[in-house]
Design a protein around this ligand. Structure first.
Ligand code: JHZ
Ligand code: ZN
Length: 427
């Protein structure tokens, strides 16, 4: 199903099954303007087995555009979703802070909307059922929709009923027929993965009861720009949302963004609530964030050009620091093997000459190699027994928790390198 494209640096024209967008995926205008190219890149979650190391790896362009009409930041290159999501190595529950986060989301839903007992809650892109498990603990009825069969098996094993499917109108119709309408449709860290945003929202609206609420969580583009989180750019993430483009999108469905709150997860995200207009008036937070986005320059192309310049400067700073440490004979490993780590490693060309290995808590990733740079991934125990001089914190979004967890390593002289927004060493 998946065809190989060019290797990095190769000049041959890319052959691939990808699609290239000429119109903005929200407003439809032909006003996409490229501001950053991260080069041909492998798929960020395509951790390779030893067997796959011997074959040619698929590479796709990783160019970022902004629509100068509605100012949605987006990728024009669309890798077919089956290529990325039919099997998925990321497990939400592998990161303890995410378990806490989703317990908070379940409590928030109950507090704000007081759903009656056994109300139906649909989680789209439900992964291993971490959120629905929490919703079920509040007496709600959960149903997940998840395209990756290997991940569905993990969710089912923890008692979360999950449909193995990509979410669309047909799936929504089927759920309404079999289970009735939903009190809430939740979509966390999946909306950015969706090429057909209109089809997705139409299906969610079809699924919602009259008084239902659509709850989205997406990484916030303002945080990406402010904190130089360029590594969150990879093929899975087709859109980088601000509040303004989201209000335009929901408006087309007669839905209103009624509240937005800012969250710490994934380097800074927004939780967005959309409802039918008669259910609630928008909170002040919605207009405040839209105004802040304009003040931050989100509607000006120079803002994005400046970001691109800062990304290139960061690459030089980080690789310079790593080279300096290696020249002194230090041993360095990678801490965490998040998808975004692979954007960072590939863009900065950091390979086994710099990092001996990376460690990660996700069993699916163990024994594999990072896409592109081919660094081996080991369980955490390797790090604990080995105690290298430095750990490059690829999972920088969990810095607080990881620095606490690794207090013994740090007390024994181990140091962390936090790569963004500026390389920073923590003893
Ligand atoms: P983490 C994910 O991206 C997946 P990733 C997805 N593509 C998405 O959209 C974004 O989030 C928003 C490990 N770890 O959560 C677990 C440790 O080893 O930053 C994970 O593999 N030790 C859907 O992949 C990785 O790090 C630890 O102590 O960038 C973190 O991945 C902890 C806390 C985590 O997301
Ligand atoms: Zn647009």
């Amino acid at each position: 199903m998946m065809r190989s494209t060019r290797a990095p640096g190769s000049r041959s024209s890319p052959k691939s099954n990808r699609g290239v967008l000429s119109r903005c995926r929200i407003c439809g205008a032909q006003t996409l303007k490229k501001f950053l190219s991260l080069g041909p890149s492998p798929l960020a979650n395509n951790f390779l087995t030893t067997e796959q190391l011997r074959r040619r790896e698929p590479y796709f362009p990783l160019d970022v555009c902004v629509c100068t009409t509605c100012w949605l930041v987006q990728l024009a290159d669309v890798v077919p979703p089956e290529t990325m999501f039919a099997q998925y190595l990321y497990l939400t529950g592998a990161s303890p802070p995410m378990r806490l986060h989703f317990a908070g989301l379940a409590a928030d839903l109950v507090r704000r909307f007081s759903p009656p007992r056994a109300s139906l809650i649909i989680d789209v892109g439900s992964n291993d059922g971490t959120f629905l498990e929490q919703a079920q603990a509040h007496g709600l009825r959960g149903l997940g929709v998840e395209p990756a069969a290997n991940v569905v098996a993990v969710a089912e094993a923890r008692g979360v009923e999950t449909l193995n499917a990509f979410f669309n109108m047909e799936v929504a119709e089927r759920i309404v027929r079999d289970k009735g309408p939903a009190r809430a449709v939740v979509a966390t860290n999946v909306f950015a993965h969706v090429h057909d945003l209109y089809g997705f929202v139409a299906a969610a609206v079809r699924l919602l009861a009259e008084d239902g609420v659509f709850v989205l969580e997406v990484p916030y583009v303002v945080e990406m720009l402010d904190r130089l989180e360029f590594d969150t750019i990879y093929h899975e993430h087709l859109s980088y949302f601000g509040v303004r483009p989201l209000t335009l999108l929901f408006d087309r469905f007669g839905m209103q963004v009624t509240h937005v709150s800012r969250l710490k997860v994934h380097g800074g995200s927004i939780r967005v609530y959309a409802q039918r207009p008669r259910d609630a008036a928008p909170s002040q937070a919605v207009s405040e964030l839209v105004a802040q986005e304009t003040a931050r320059g989100l509607g000006t192309f120079e803002t994005y050009e400046l970001f691109a310049q800062r990304v290139h400067a960061l690459k030089h700073e980080l690789t310079g620091l790593l080279r300096q440490l290696k020249a002194r004979g230090s041993r360095i490993v990678g801490y965490g093997a998040p998808a975004k780590g692979n954007t960072l490693l590939n863009f900065c060309r950091i390979g086994t000459d710099m990092l001996e290995y990376v460690i990660d808590t996700t069993p699916f990733k163990h024994g594999r190699y990072t896409p592109g740079m081919h660094i081996p991934v080991f369980p955490e125990t390797r790090f604990q027994s080995d105690r290298p001089d430095y750990a490059l914190l690829l999972a920088w979004n969990y810095a607080d928790d990881i620095l606490k967890k690794e207090v013994v390593y740090r007390e024994q002289g181990g140091k962390f390198i936090i790569p963004i927004p500026h390389p920073f060493i923590v003893s």
